[in-house]
Design a protein around this ligand. Structure first.
Ligand code: FAD
Ligand code: SF4
Length: 343
């Protein structure tokens, strides 16, 4: 049996108290939300915080507010809540789908949006127990000095494996980060960085308190996820797409995001721009799919063959855009992703 290491436990009741604790304890303290990733990581000694700070008693983090101008989701809203919330179906479909495809129902009942956005990056050489990692001399990400995926690399290439981040990026979300000295709003497109160790720009003294979304009026969005088992598994490729169409079906604005093929979710800017001013016909879709697949550079550190995952990127972008123009893609979704979407 794998046991948790010893730690101190704090359970603040307000955001103000929480950021005081983070400020006082420094990087050795970590926020604990649902614990569905952090606690297994601690058992495997991938993460060994001196202090765990539970967010479970902070009511402010559990609120959802929606108005005509947009939505605000507290960091501790659970993925089950998001998947079940009718307000998130119209325009924010990609978010509801991404949340509903994470892990299993039991995990989604505990797992939070903030925890999903701050999820540790993953790699076959890292997501192992302590003894396994010790047997290969560990690796750069924890306790070692070599990257087994790219031995010449000075940088860790562990993969961003969060489902909701690509969806929220496609929806143009921002996050609010609060510290003892103030707060800042960061577009999600600037929150992640291309480094498997320092994958988010959150400072240890900052708490992610909210996810902010502008009005999704007129937008359609969707999320496609590749994984071995449709019942549960981390994504090894994902595509989130959102389009704003004119009354004549012309693309006014589009966003395409490719997830789980790098240390961060990738905005396929050129692919999205290529759709502007055009209808979602086979020609524009094929061009966008080719451009989006070009930026996907999966490595051999997760499930499935990396060259095949790159090819599937174009396939998923095609399916996502056809779905957004109104095609019935339920058959393809079931065949290619092994899950259906009732949303
Ligand atoms: C079997 C299994 C399958 C899984 N499958 C998937 C999957 O398919 N897709 C997927 O995306 N994930 C998956 N996960 C991972 C995990 O369950 C989810 O990512 C979940 O959303 C994490 O949220 P949490 O609240 O449990 O985070 P926690 O485990 O509590 O925290 C995760 C990280 O976020 C930090 N954190 C949490 N909240 C905040 C905050 N408000 N501010 C700052 N930092 C914060 C923590 O310090 C920690 O570093 C799986 C996990 C398991 C065990
Ligand atoms: S990419 Fe390299 S350094 Fe990063 S976790 Fe994998 S083996 Fe370790």
């Amino acid at each position: 049996m794998m046991r948790l290491p010893l730690f101190e436990f704090r359970a603040p009741g307000t955001v103000a108290e929480a950021v005081r604790i983070l400020d006082g304890e420094g990087p050795k303290a970590m926020p604990l939300a649902g614990g569905t990733d952090l606690l297994p990581n601690m058992k495997r000694r991938q993460q060994v915080p001196k202090t765990l700070m539970s967010l479970g008693h902070i009511e402010e983090l559990q609120r959802v507010e929606s108005s005509d101008s947009g939505s605000r989701l507290g960091a501790c809203v659970t993925l089950s809540q998001i998947a079940a919330e009718p307000r998130f179906r119209k325009g924010l479909t990609a978010l509801a789908q991404a949340a509903s495809f994470v892990a299993t129902p039991q995990i989604r009942n505990m797992a939070t949006l903030g925890g999903n956005l701050c999820l540790d990056t993953r790699c076959n050489y890292y997501d192992q127990n302590y003894e396994w990692r010790k047997s290969i001399g560990f690796c750069l990400k924890k306790d070692g000095d070599i990257c087994w995926v790219a031995p010449g690399s000075a940088k860790c290439m562990a993969v961003s494996s969060t489902d909701t981040a690509p969806a929220l990026l496609a929806l143009g979300a921002r996050v609010r980060l609060v510290s003892r000295t103030g707060e800042r709003e960061v577009p999600l497109s600037e929150f992640y960085q291309n480094d498997g160790i320092h994958y988010i720009k959150r400072q240890p003294s900052e708490l992610l308190t909210d996810v902010l979304l502008d009005s999704s009026e007129g937008w359609r969005s969707t999320y496609w996820k590749l994984r071995r088992r449709g019942s549960f598994d981390f994504p090894v490729l994902s595509v989130a797409a959102a389009v704003l169409l004119s009354s004549k079906g012309i693309v006014v604005e589009a966003r395409i995001v490719v997830g789980s093929v790098a240390c961060l979710p990738l905005l396929a800017g050129e692919a999205a721009r290529s759709l502007g001013g055009r209808p979602l016909d086979e020609e524009s879709i094929a061009q966008a799919a080719t451009l989006a697949a070009r930026i996907a550079k999966p490595l051999d550190n997760t499930d499935f063959d990396m060259t095949w995952r790159k090819r599937v990127t174009a396939e998923f972008v095609t399916c996502a855009l056809r779905e957004l123009r109104g095609d019935d893609m339920r058959g393809e979704r079931l065949l290619l992703t092994r899950h259906s979407s009732s949303l």
